[in-house]
Design a protein around this ligand. Structure first.
Ligand code: FUB
Length: 322
């Protein structure tokens, strides 16, 4: 199928959470694969029952999308039990790395890695999740100096509230009180082989233009899930979903670990509850990959990946796409 901006890139499967990268001159997309079922939904996200990953690619932005098939299934991940949620991918020293969250055998979300010789997979999972990892939505960023960072974290079903004390509290659901700084995404430096954290994850702070922390009750701007990091003209852009207000927004910093200053909206609410994205440069143009639920006419857990061109203003701000 030929890709068109703001139209589903894939229609034979339900897909979501597209992480796009340029590998070997092609655009590769690493999405979640939504299962087609009609079971009820809840705030823990039990309706997101993904079991496997497919990889897709395009040789350019107008060529057909190729489905490289199933590249990893939960049955082949020794530490994981269910819910293979939003993944991301990276390349280093001749190997490709798929980072993915899933619940472990105790029901706790962890982040694991699988590797391959090819960006199209198949991927072979490491026997254990990354020690010290938790929550969801891993996004890898390799800086110009070759340092690699993993950004991650999600509220509600993503379990970030349950880690507020530093250890996992299964019954805990409360976030910070109104007026208190919102929970931020986490970032950890990755080891040279990309398989471990070099140091414990740190919380990233997001502030307003006056330097005050974005607060937990500021649902139009506070972090919810789905972090993405990219660099444009030397500036670091942390973009993310606001969850309950269904926006994709961004904040910028001079440093990959922040603090980040909130800048604005990339994408206004789309059809469906979740919104999740990635940003990639291909042949000197920038693209936003995102999802909505238009393919299923609005069923939150039956989503479809899409893309569109992204434009920057001279001052480095991003023009709202939709
Ligand atoms: O796809 C499952 C979850 O929904 C993702 O991890 C979140 O970012 C949201 O898109």
């Amino acid at each position: 199928m030929k890709p068109t901006f703001h139209q589903p890139l894939v229609t034979h499967l339900y897909t979501a959470d597209p992480s796009a990268h340029v590998f070997e001159g092609r655009i590769y997309i690493y999405p979640s694969h939504d299962l087609d079922h009609d079971e009820p939904s809840n705030d823990s996200g039990d309706q997101y029952k993904m079991e496997d990953y497919h990889v897709f690619s395009m040789s350019n932005t107008v060529s057909p999308v190729v489905d490289h098939g199933e590249v990893l299934h939960v049955r082949d991940v020794p530490w994981a039990s269910r819910q293979m949620w939003a993944p991301d991918a990276a390349y280093r020293n001749g190997r490709y790395y798929l980072f993915f969250p899933a619940r472990d055998h105790e029901g706790v979300f962890r982040i694991g890695v699988a590797t391959s010789d090819s960006p199209a997979g198949p991927f072979r999972a490491e026997p254990h999740y990354i020690p010290g990892s938790f929550s969801i939505d891993p996004a890898v960023f390799i800086d110009d100096d070759n340092r690699a960072y993993l950004y991650f974290g999600g509220l509600w079903g993503g379990q970030l509230e349950k880690w507020r004390s530093g250890t996992f509290e299964p019954e805990r659901v409360d976030g910070p009180a109104a007026g208190q700084p919102a929970l931020g995404p986490r970032a950890a430096r990755l080891s040279e082989d990309l398989l471990n954290f070099e140091s414990p994850p740190r919380e990233i702070s997001i502030v307003d233009e006056g330097g005050a922390a974005i607060t937990a009750d500021d649902e139009e701007r506070r972090y919810f899930e789905g972090p993405w990091m990219h660099k444009h003209r030397g500036l670091y852009y942390l973009s993310y979903s606001t969850g309950t207000t269904h926006k994709l927004v961004y904040a910028t910093s001079e440093h990959p670990e922040g603090p980040f200053t909130y800048r604005g909206v990339i994408l206004n609410p789309v059809i469906g509850w979740t919104t999740h994205h990635s940003i990639v440069e291909f042949e000197d143009k920038w693209y936003l990959f995102y999802h909505d639920s238009s393919l299923s006419k609005g069923v939150n857990h039956k989503r479809c990946i899409k893309f569109a061109e992204l434009h920057y203003n001279e001052d480095g701000s991003i023009r709202t796409v939709l």
